[in-house]
Design a protein around this ligand. Structure first.
Ligand SMILES: [Zn+2]
Length: 255
């Protein structure tokens, strides 16, 4: 607890050190909104669900960022949206895997549930409560989307402090180019592959392994490229090569 609180404190100090950071934070909020709505919405559309169910899933997928903000009882809620891996593929910070698992199927082992109100999609589907089951499904999807974006799954205190200091800038750049500029959403919508998930925690681990700076060529290439281009921000900025790499990460996340 002390370690994670300390790291959170350092991260906050770094990203909130200037007025500029405040503007970025606002953009980050926008990105999160659009990001989560579109990932979950695109997935639900693929499943061929009626519009009312798609909307229910979309809305729920946004809520973890609203429900888990800031600090309470010295517990940093960002912890639940991170799954930082080191070069050995070990988790060094965050428990997004538990939040994903517990909202989906309930806690495994003797852990207390990390899920919203300690309920799960599986429980409601078993009770034939499709509306609440879908809601929890959307809520759970949030965490695997977070864990498959490289700034949420790359330990950043070893060598690459810019993973922390430019975290929000990177997410804002994706947001700015989500439906205009490079239009990542259209690139994602063109992909029709998906993975079956039978073990939620394992699935989230694999998703993070495929995007982390420390465990994947893709994650490393993206961040090195982003750094080499001096951290582009704004609509249409960044090279073709960078866009191609980031598109691959977004498609993987959607799958
Ligand atoms: Zn999140």
């Amino acid at each position: 607890m002390v370690k994670r609180f300390f790291l959170w404190f350092v991260m906050c100090a770094l990203v909130s050190g200037s007025g500029f950071a405040l503007v970025e934070r606002e953009n980050e909020w926008k990105y999160k909104k659009y990001n989560h709505i579109d990932f979950a919405g695109l997935a639900a559309e693929y499943w061929g669900l009626p519009n009312s169910r798609v909307e229910n899933i979309k809305k729920a997928s946004l809520l973890p960022d609203l429900n888990q903000r800031g600090l309470s009882n010295l517990f940093n809620h960002q912890w639940s949206h991170a799954y930082f891996l080191n070069a050995e593929g070990e988790v060094t910070w965050g428990d997004a895997h538990e939040d994903f698992n517990d909202n989906l199927i309930g806690p495994t082992g003797d852990r207390a549930s990390e899920a919203w109100e300690e309920q799960s999609a599986a429980k409601f589907y078993e009770e034939n409560n499709q509306q609440k089951g879908d809601w929890y499904l959307g809520y759970a999807v949030h965490y695997i989307v977070d864990a498959s974006i490289l700034v949420h799954c790359s330990s950043s205190y070893q060598l690459n402090w810019d993973l922390v200091t430019h975290h929000l800038r990177f997410e804002s750049w994706i947001h700015d180019n989500f439906t205009e500029g490079h239009n990542f959403r259209a690139l994602m919508a063109a992909d029709k592959e998906y993975y079956e998930v039978s073990e939620p925690m394992e699935a989230l681990h694999k998703a993070a392994m495929g995007a982390s700076y420390w465990t994947s060529d893709l994650g490393r290439s993206i961040w090195d490229q982003y750094r080499n281009e001096s951290y582009p921000s704004g609509v249409g900025s960044g090279s073709k090569e960078l866009v191609q790499l980031v598109s691959q990460m977004m498609v993987n996340s959607l799958r």
